[in-house]
Design a protein around this ligand. Structure first.
Ligand SMILES: [Zn+2]
Length: 69
């Protein structure tokens, strides 16, 4: 990430993860150029990961109508 003022590489100051309404994780990164007091923050959606969610219980029923003979 380059500073829009001095065009130099901005060091990463902060990094954290938040979740939106759909519980989709976003990786936040905040860059800061100290000499220009410039701040840039980006939000990058993380790859969907299979986090063991106990709430989503899907009992396996034997109803599978895809099999045709
Ligand atoms: Zn700068």
């Amino acid at each position: 990430m380059d500073c829009p003022i001095c065009r130099q590489e901005m060091p990463l100051r902060r990094e954290y993860t938040t979740y939106n309404k759909a519980r989709k994780p976003y990786n936040h990164k905040t860059y800061n150029c100290a000499q220009d007091d410039t701040w840039i923050s980006v939000e990058i959606p993380e790859a969907q990961q299979e986090l063991g969610t106990p709430s989503s219980s899907s009992p396996e029923t034997g109803k599978d109508g895809q099999h045709t003979e």
